[in-house]
Design a protein around this ligand. Structure first.
Ligand SMILES: NC(=O)c1ccc[n+]([C@@H]2O[C@H](COP(=O)([O-])OP(=O)(O)OC[C@H]3O[C@@H](n4cnc5c(N)ncnc54)[C@H](O)[C@@H]3O)[C@@H](O)[C@H]2O)c1
Length: 494
């Protein structure tokens, strides 16, 4: 376990580095877990690096929270080497029972007896997966969703021999790496999500086969309407609302009878003839062929990020998972960082996403303030003004801001902010942020005056003694620093 208090493995092994294994690798290293991957395909490292690039692109947009020190990545030459020191083993090899069972046999020869083996299978029953194992209690299904580095759901399914402790520990690990584990009480093939999705997929294939709708029309029917509802409320809550004031019972009374009408093909599966496959793929080419898969992945990820951020602002669904994960990242920081009170503090480090830039190719003005406000938040946290302090009724409000734009900030720039405190007595907090590219190139400064406020009366008030002492430590430490160039300057004065 890591030292930051969350239940993450120090080392994880990922066996199988395709679409899903690569996604696990990315999520794990971004969360500070060292990863050992084994995949016999010589192309696997290249593919995994591409997935990590996508994941980093997404993470740069997803959150301003400071990520933990990145985990290392090693391509092992055998399963034995990959699992030797692992505290979690993620299996993501092809969806064939005999391939997975052969992998578990190799794992059991080399891994620690206590290590959890989590299969990414989309639908094989865990009882079948564990049937030939020596330590079947450690095997479970942890079914993720593509892209694993962004989507928080992981369905946890135990087999007949899986221990409760295995499920409990895995749940802690998944939560610590930003996921939302859903423990299914009973094992069924395909679990809940794919059970459900397969029915939808089957019906969509019929609609194409019967010439009722094209692939593009079916996708439009989803994404312009009920798909948006599903992303935030799922099925039952959406239908409850659709029932109007009378709610779910009324909805069922109104629409229940039509379930018996022959609206769907139910269990019939269309024969995947060459003709049908050709029809689907040519329609799909016409629909999306102007984009490469890489472009589609980026479009998908940018949209997912935007949806998750909107849900976070509403404290809802997948946005709540994002907020909880960010809280653990913020909480880990002061403990992890050794504070040197005599120097400006680093309060933000990130790269500049391409969609932060405007028509001049520069970072948009709003983003400067966004970065400086996150730097201020980080400084406040380091003074003890964290979520608990705010919930208890105290905070600082910004009352004045002055930003100087000194040099061009372009997409992809690796930037960081340092914060110097100019004054901090009583209710006032006077901060001066410097935004740098690399270690030396000064891009901008942000000067802010904040006032401590009682959140109940909304009037200015003194901070608690604990916060005042921490603020004073920074004021004393920074007292010897030269006054920053531009501090106190009014607009237009150079
Ligand atoms: N693709 C999805 O959307 C999705 C979603 C959730 C779960 N899953 C499940 O994840 C698992 C992997 O699926 P995928 O889509 O990543 O497949 P994939 O074909 O992209 O990747 C499988 C990888 O396993 C490697 N491999 C084959 N034999 C191996 C062995 N003996 N040891 C180590 N590596 C081996 C292959 O070289 C390949 O890189 C499957 O069980 C699948 O059902 C897939």
């Amino acid at each position: 376990m890591t030292t930051d208090g969350v239940h993450k493995p120090a080392v994880a092994a990922v066996i199988g580095g395709g679409v899903i294994g690569g996604g696990w690798v990315a999520r794990l290293i971004q969360n500070g877990v060292n990863v050992q991957v084994f995949d016999p395909d010589p192309e696997a490292p290249r593919k995994i690096i591409t997935i990590i690039e996508n994941a980093d692109h997404a993470l740069a947009r997803l959150t301003m929270a400071p990520p933990p020190a990145r985990g290392s990545l090693n391509f092992a030459s055998s399963i034995a080497e990959a699992v030797a020191t692992a505290e979690l083993i993620v299996e993501a090899v092809p969806e064939r029972l005999e391939v997975k069972q052969a992998v578990y046999a190799e794992i059991e020869l080399a891994a620690d007896n206590n290590v959890i083996i989590s299969s990414s299978t989309s639908g094989i029953m865990p009882s079948d997966l564990q049937a030939k194992m020596n330590r079947p209690d450690k095997l479970m299904v942890g079914h993720p969703f593509n892209p694993v580095y962004l989507l928080p759901l992981v369905e946890m399914v135990g087999g007949k021999q899986t221990s409760h402790e295995t499920i409990r520990r895995a749940g802690e690990i998944y939560r610590a790496i930003g996921m939302n584990p859903l423990h299914l009480r009973k094992e069924i093939e395909a679990f809940v999500a794919d059970w459900f999705l397969e029915a939808v997929w089957r019906e969509a294939l019929w609609l194409v086969k019967d010439g009722i709708a094209t692939t593009a029309e079916i996708d439009d029917a989803i994404r312009y309407g009920f798909g948006l509802r599903w992303a935030q409320m799922g099925l039952f809550e959406t239908y409850r609302v659709a029932g109007g004031e009378a709610g779910m019972a009324h909805f069922i009374a109104q629409f229940g009878p039509c379930l018996k009408w022959p609206w769907t093909k139910l269990m019939d599966v269309p024969e995947l003839t060459d003709e049908l496959v050709e029809k689907i793929s040519s329609q799909s080419d016409a629909q999306s062929g102007n984009h490469s898969i890489r472009e589609l992945e980026r479009i998908r990820d940018n949209n997912l990020v935007a949806i998750m951020q909107a849900l976070k602002a509403n404290d809802w669904g997948a946005g709540k998972t994002l907020a909880n994960w960010e809280a653990t990242l913020y909480n880990a920081i002061p403990a992890a960082r050794k504070t040197d009170y005599k120097k400006p503090l680093e309060t933000l480090r990130r790269s500049v996403p391409a969609d932060w830039t405007d028509y001049n190719g520069h970072m948009n003005e709003a983003r400067y303030l966004d970065c400086f406000s996150h730097a201020t938040d980080m400084f406040m946290r380091m003074c003890g003004v964290d979520a608990a302090y705010v919930a208890a009724g105290g905070s600082y409000f910004t009352v004045e801001t002055h930003i100087q734009h000194l040099d061009e900030v372009k997409a992809g720039a690796e930037v960081h902010i340092t914060t110097q405190i100019l004054a901090g007595a009583g209710k006032k907090l006077h901060l001066f942020h410097r935004l740098y590219e690399g270690e030396k190139r000064l891009l901008a400064t942000g000067e802010h005056m904040l006032l401590h406020v009682d959140m109940n009366t909304r009037a200015s008030s003194l901070p608690t003694e604990g916060v005042a002492i921490k603020v004073a430590s920074f004021v004393d430490g920074h007292a010897g620093l030269p006054k920053p160039d531009g501090a106190g300057r009014a607009i237009g004065v150079r």
